[in-house]
Write a protein that binds this ligand. Structure first.
Ligand SMILES: *Cc1c(COP(=O)(O)O)cnc(C)c1O
Length: 449
């Protein structure tokens, strides 16, 4: 191979690769960063420049790039079986993964259906829900509800329950329009209103909507505790308990889209575990469908899963073929991806990751004090291993300017609007957290001066 340079690769990439979530013209001025290798929390380019991956490469990476234990598991699997179709065949990694996920997840979610990405998991949950009601004699339950500012993925079905105008408006004519209900996002509480009381007020609006429309509603889909793409909007866990109770009352499924928040990101293995029926209580809820992806393979390979209850599985179990769930993807349950997921679960157990993350988060919150106190920083918030805040400033194109200035500090940040957030890999060290805060403060000072 000839020697490759950053410059050479970024020109070739711009010519041949259509990049995701990108207005390609912006790359006339903003260079792409070709990455040669990964090393723990760092990404390294072809000149040896190291970038601290403060967003876990779009929230997927948990235990660092090129993690030796996950690498070894994939290599071992590669020597045995790279792939086999999952219709008519099965294999040990997919069976073991399903058994282990069922033990970890909220009680009762004993059946795992696999796909390759988050949006497909959402499609599956939506289709399974409506098909369940059809099989049970409720063919009119075909509508869904989501929260305002929700994000559930970009395929047409997932986009139809997404409420981000920038991603959705161009495709309005292609989408079935589903209703949204107010988001319990704590930032939207009125002055003097607690996040708890605001969440309860939003739940009343959900109740009103369900009261009027439940006959046509299959499911309510939510991102538990944190609406990621809305700008890491965090809300009180009492909302989850109310949503579960209302869905039960009105015979509507609850779909928990834990694609971003699952796998320990909010401090518990799954965000649904933190649902609270009263202040200070952590009761947990079981959704009817739990969607997982992103961190499930430690950020290595595309894999997603929808977990559901026995009663729902049973409604498809019949002599009649068409009552079955005939959905499929070519790579459903890919053995390499399942092995990466099993290695990821091993690390959670062996390294006591949830407890360790509590210590890391406490350390981070201590050293983040200058950030929290910065005159241009508003709504500093944290849950588990997610931090977010708004930067008050008036110049246009904040997100782009911030991204570019962060790169100068060898830091990968990707703001959403005026919201800056950190979703670091769980292996981030104290020294790396120190660097993250120091460099971010420099970026914010440059942006606001
Ligand atoms: C990322 C994400 C999705 C979509 O997953 P993809 O793998 O990007 O298709 C869906 N829901 C939530 C909450 C997400 O964060």
């Amino acid at each position: 191979m000839t020697k490759t340079s950053n410059l050479d690769l970024l020109h070739r990439s711009r010519a041949a690769v259509w990049h995701p979530c990108t207005q390609m013209k912006q790359h006339e001025t903003l260079p792409l960063i070709p990455i040669q290798r990964g090393d723990g929390a760092w990404l390294v380019d072809f000149n040896g420049v190291r970038y601290l991956d403060a967003v876990s490469s779009w929230w997927v990476n948990l235990f660092g790039h090129c993690n030796p234990r996950i690498n070894a598991a994939i290599v071992e699997q590669l020597g045995q079986l790279e792939h086999v179709m999952l219709a008519g065949f099965t294999h040990e990694p997919v069976i073991t993964l399903s058994e282990r996920l069922a033990k970890l997840a909220p009680t009762g979610l004993g059946h795992c259906f696999y796909a390759s990405d988050g949006a497909s998991a959402v499609e599956i949950a939506l289709k399974m829900s409506a098909h369940y009601w059809r099989n049970c004699g409720y063919p009119d339950k075909t509508n869904f509800i989501s929260l305002q500012n929700s994000y559930h993925g970009e395929t047409l079905g997932a986009l139809s329950v997404t409420d981000v105008a920038l991603f959705k408006d161009a495709y309005g004519a292609l989408l079935k329009q589903h209703a949204t209900v107010p988001s319990p996002d704590s930032r939207l509480a009125e002055a003097g209103e607690s996040s708890h009381d605001y969440a309860l007020r939003c739940a009343v609006q959900l109740e009103d909507y369900l009261q009027q429309h439940h006959q046509n509603i299959a499911a309510f889909i939510i991102e538990p505790l944190v609406q990621g793409a809305a700008g890491m909007a965090m809300y009180h866990p009492v909302y989850l308990a109310r949503a579960r109770a209302l869905c039960d009352q009105f015979n509507v499924h609850l779909i928990a889209d834990e694609i971003a928040v699952g796998m320990g990101r909010t401090g518990t293995m799954f965000a649904c575990e933190q649902a609270s029926a009263g202040i200070g209580q952590m009761n947990g809820i079981t959704p009817d469908f739990l969607c997982l992806s992103k961190g499930i393979t430690g950020g290595y390979l595309p894999l997603s899963v929808v977990m559901t209850r026995g009663q729902i599985y049973q409604a498809f179990y019949a002599d009649e073929i068409a009552r079955g769930f005939l959905h499929s993807h070519s790579y459903t349950g890919n053995p390499l991806a399942c092995r990466a997921a099993l290695a990821t679960l091993d690390i959670f157990e062996q390294d006591n990751v949830l407890a360790e993350n509590k210590n890391k988060a406490a350390y981070f919150n201590r050293i983040a004090q200058p950030l929290r106190a910065h005159p241009h920083v508003k709504h500093f918030r944290n849950i588990g291993m997610i931090w977010a805040f708004e930067v008050e400033q008036t110049k246009p194109n904040f997100a782009q300017r911030c991204f570019a200035l962060a790169l100068e500090q060898q830091l990968l940040l990707r703001p959403i609007g005026n919201t800056l957030y950190f979703i670091p890999p769980y292996i981030i060290s104290e020294a790396e957290m120190d660097e993250l805060i120091t460099r971010t403060l420099i970026v914010i000072d440059r942006l606001t001066n």
